[in-house]
Design a protein around this ligand. Structure first.
Ligand SMILES: Cc1cc2nc3c(=O)[nH]c(=O)nc-3n(C[C@H](O)[C@H](O)[C@H](O)COP(=O)(O)OP(=O)(O)OC[C@H]3O[C@@H](n4cnc5c(N)ncnc54)[C@H](O)[C@@H]3O)c2cc1C
Length: 389
């Protein structure tokens, strides 16, 4: 027997998330944060008081104690009302899974309850100017000096980079031997933004998700104590791959939410907009397109929640399903927002129309946490049994 029904409790979470988003994600705030590229701190505080951002953090660290499904429900609902504000509310704990899985008890006690209460914001930094998809080719180095590590390097496109209290940063702690896998020798460090030598430059002019903060971070002789090393030295690359397998379903839920929200906007629009003396909704071409998109969204949604359900049942993520869910849902979000904007005609091209924001916000789901080509590489490797380079 397979159940495709959410439990009553999950439906309650969905209703609560929806009500919060509809009440707080006002068009004025959405427009302001989008146009001016401002992170909505007040909104985040309100969200944190209700614990939506920390729904999957264990109760022992003051979180909600739920799992990936409930986290996805919140993400889906928030994104369907406003993708930019929705993400801004939920991204402040980005990377917490790495701390939960591999952090020392001292690190967890120090940071996670504060994260869960919305008192601090974190991020996770691997990407560099010359290392994105090829995430093992990072150049940032950490060198041991007595009981400290000294970090030097540049990180690119880091979410929360200029507003976070601390970032989990990857750095090479050891050069690999000639015949050794280059995935070895990378380690994670907690780097507080207040450390001397940490400089964040906010990246302006993003196409979408403009309510979130993205920064370039330069680390210039940043010293952190030995106790800031997360997990085992040299295991950072593997922690990162594990992290993405877990969180890709979260991006899939974001993409499904964006697609659902865009579909609702366009259905409402074509019902009232007339051409040739009749509402656009009466044209069969438009009806068919909406029917097709609606079906694809349902397929993406089913895949995304199945990937998360398997994660719970097996006790670990299914690498292939997580990649499939993220790739497919991202593609459907981009396709849906494209058609939804198209059927708004010229009005869709103007940023006062919400569909314009959805169209721009959708694209990121095909780029971050592994661009869609990388998802396909993972799927193909697993089919053919190839090993990664
Ligand atoms: C808004 C935003 C927020 C982000 N937040 C974070 C963050 O918080 N932390 C972080 O570490 N990073 C973050 N990133 C970075 C993001 O993860 C990278 O941009 C992404 O992994 C792609 O890397 P790249 O930009 O270097 O592109 P590249 O790696 O240069 O790739 C360019 C294109 O080539 C394709 N490609 C690359 N290799 C192959 C291949 N072998 N086969 C086929 N195609 C290939 C890619 O799929 C892509 O389409 C963020 C990016 C953005 C835009």
């Amino acid at each position: 027997m397979i159940s495709f029904q959410f439990t009553e409790e999950q439906e309650d979470i969905r209703r609560a998330a929806r009500e919060f988003a509809e009440r707080e994600f006002t068009p004025e705030l959405a427009m302001k944060c989008d146009r001016e590229e401002i992170f909505p701190f007040e909104l985040f505080k309100k969200c944190a008081r209700l614990g939506f951002h920390a729904i999957a953090i264990p109760e022992e660290y003051d979180g909600g104690g739920y799992g990936p499904i409930e986290q996805m429900i919140v993400m889906e609902e928030f994104s369907s009302v406003n993708p930019g504000l929705g993400l801004a509310c939920l991204i402040p704990t980005f990377g917490v899974e790495i701390l939960l899985l591999h952090g020392s008890e001292e690190q967890k006690e120090k940071w996670i309850p504060k994260l869960a209460r919305g008192e601090v914001i974190m991020g996770m930094a691997n990407t560099e100017p010359d290392a994105g998809s090829d995430s093992a080719s990072i150049k940032t180095k950490a060198v041991k000096d007595g009981d400290e590590w000294v970090l030097n390097g540049t990180k690119q496109f880091i979410s929360n980079g200029s507003i976070a209290d601390f970032i989990l940063v990857t750095a090479r702690t050891r050069e690999v031997e000639r015949f050794e896998s280059r995935h070895k020798g990378i380690s994670y460090f907690i780097v507080e933004r207040s450390r001397e030598g940490y400089r964040a430059t906010k990246i302006k002019g993003k196409m979408g998700i403009r309510a979130t903060d993205t920064a370039e971070i330069s680390l210039n002789n940043v010293r952190v104590p030995e106790s800031n090393l997360v997990g085992e030295e040299g295991k950072g690359f593997y922690y990162m791959m594990e992290f993405f397998d877990i969180t890709r379903v979260w991006v899939a839920a974001q993409a499904v939410g964006i697609a659902k929200g865009a579909l609702k906007l366009v259905v409402d629009y074509v019902k009232q907009r007339k051409a040739f003396g009749t509402p656009l909704a009466t044209f069969q071409y438009i009806q068919f397109k909406i029917a097709e998109l609606s079906t694809k969204i349902e397929a993406a949604r089913t895949l995304a929640y199945r990937a998360a359900a398997i994660q719970i049942e097996k006790g670990k993520p299914d690498n292939t399903l997580s990649a499939m869910a993220k790739w497919y849902a991202g593609e459907i979000a981009v396709e849906t927002t494209n058609w939804a904007l198209q059927f708004h005609g010229g009005y869709g091209y103007i940023d006062e129309y919400l569909i314009n924001q959805f169209y721009r916000d959708a694209k990121i789901t095909e780029i971050y946490e592994g661009a869609k080509e990388i998802e396909k590489l993972i799927i193909a490797r697993n089919i053919f049994g190839f090993k990664g380079r």
